[in-house]
Design a protein. Structure first.
Length: 226
């Protein structure tokens, strides 16, 4: 069975991304692309889909009519999952859900690269409160899940209004990987699953490893050691 891991193929060129997607096929829940999609376009999704689900993580944030058109384009390209910023508002998420179908839409709550201080300065609230508010909005508008930090997943799982959402969490750092990089609200894979995450998004610790496939196996082994 595939691990609940979504592998972010960030910063890779097409040959490396396709070869890694082939190697990890069946081991991960999905692969995720963003910058490579911008370079390669819809044909990339078709090529990646031979190996499993593809999430095109463009994090749309615009007026509802524009987001509706953007989502339709990605659906035509074959994206299995796609993201909008929940802060785009109710009508915008509803437009995305209508155009993409509820199964495809994940709503980003608060970027995991924002610290508690950033959240207070930008939005006047703690990440916990912001994520709770945006999570409820995502549930009300029919999104499949939300993207949040592993540190907020437990509260969302315990809240009846958000408990059914997938809690997709970046900011995952395996125990053997010391560098948080730009991520501020982080956890290890085991901590994240124990804390209520349903899917773990992992990029640099795996794709920048000298042997990405081995790094994935090591991460999966770490999960299995629960
Ligand atoms: O390399 P790393 O494991 O930090 O990658 C995390 C991935 O998750 C990146 O592709 C990033 O764009 C994405 N992401 C995130 N925080 C969010 C939403 C998506 O880090 N809130």
């Amino acid at each position: 069975m595939a691990a609940p891991i979504i592998l972010a193929l960030d910063g890779l060129e097409r040959p490396a991304a396709l070869s890694l997607a082939e190697k990890v096929a069946g081991k991960v829940f999905a692969v995720k692309v963003h910058d490579l999609y911008l370079a390669e376009g819809p044909a990339l999704v078709g090529a990646l889909k031979r190996h499993g689900r593809v999430w095109v993580d463009l994090k749309f944030h615009d007026i509802p009519a524009t987001v509706r058109s953007e989502v339709k384009r990605l659906v035509s390209a074959g994206a299995d999952l796609l993201t909008v910023h929940a802060s785009g508002g109710r009508e915008m998420i509803e437009a995305a859900v209508e155009a993409g179908g509820p199964e495809r839409i994940l709503a980003v709550t608060v970027l995991t690269s924002l610290s508690w201080y950033d959240c207070r300065a930008l939005f006047g609230d703690s990440p916990e409160l912001l994520v709770q508010r945006l999570g409820r909005l995502a549930a009300e508008t029919g999104a499949r899940g939300i993207v949040c930090s592993p540190l907020e997943a437990k509260a969302l799982a315990a809240d009846a209004s958000t408990a059914n959402l997938w809690r997709v969490t970046p900011g995952i750092r395996p125990t053997w990987y010391q560098d948080p990089g730009d991520q501020k609200r982080v956890a290890t894979p085991r901590e994240a699953l124990a804390g209520g995450s349903t899917h773990l998004v992992i990029g640099r610790p795996i794709v920048q490893a000298p042997d990405p496939s081995a790094a994935l196996d090591r991460t999966i082994a770490e999960l299995g050691a629960r």
